[in-house]
Design a protein around this ligand. Structure first.
Ligand SMILES: [Zn+2]
Length: 151
């Protein structure tokens, strides 16, 4: 993990929102390349290409992107919803989940992804953006649920 990204790295693109395993927050992420490392280890970098990291904007923790996954990762994130849109959709999902009483039974919860898709589509959100945020949101909701149970 690398901190203090400011001077030695370059932002490539935003990477939507994620559950950060370092600070335990649902935080906006971005993709950065480590320019200084590229200079310091010129020979190995020339051989292996640039290093890319997923960086948490809340705690600055950097998670290296596997070399053979760089292209795929960049493609996914350039198509991902922006930070603002991600946060907005997340809030809508949370509202539907809480107000719709989806935690009352497993059967009800299993209908959640389809029903929430219809509700959010009616509100004008794009299917691909809703699909992108739904698993992240569900993971976050369950994490809070587990925390509440164990406390
Ligand atoms: Zn973090």
């Amino acid at each position: 993990m690398i901190f203090n990204w400011g001077e030695k790295s370059k932002k490539v693109c935003d990477a939507s929102i994620y559950n950060c395993s370092n600070c335990n927050h649902l935080a906006p992420f971005e993709i950065r390349t480590d320019e200084k490392t590229a200079g310091m280890f010129f020979i190995s970098m020339a051989k292996w290409g640039k290093k890319y990291y997923l960086v948490c904007q809340n705690c600055s923790a950097g998670f290296p992107v596997l070399e053979d996954k760089v292209e795929e990762t960049l493609r996914i994130f350039t198509e991902a919803p922006s930070h603002n849109l991600s946060a907005e959709i997340y809030k809508e999902l949370k509202d539907v989940l809480v107000n719709g009483n989806y935690f009352s039974s497993e059967e009800k919860l299993s209908k959640y992804p389809e029903e929430v898709m219809l509700i959010l589509k009616e509100k004008g959100y794009k299917e691909k953006d809703i699909k992108y945020i739904t698993p992240i949101a569900l993971k976050e909701f369950f994490r809070h649920l587990d925390k509440t149970k164990s406390e």
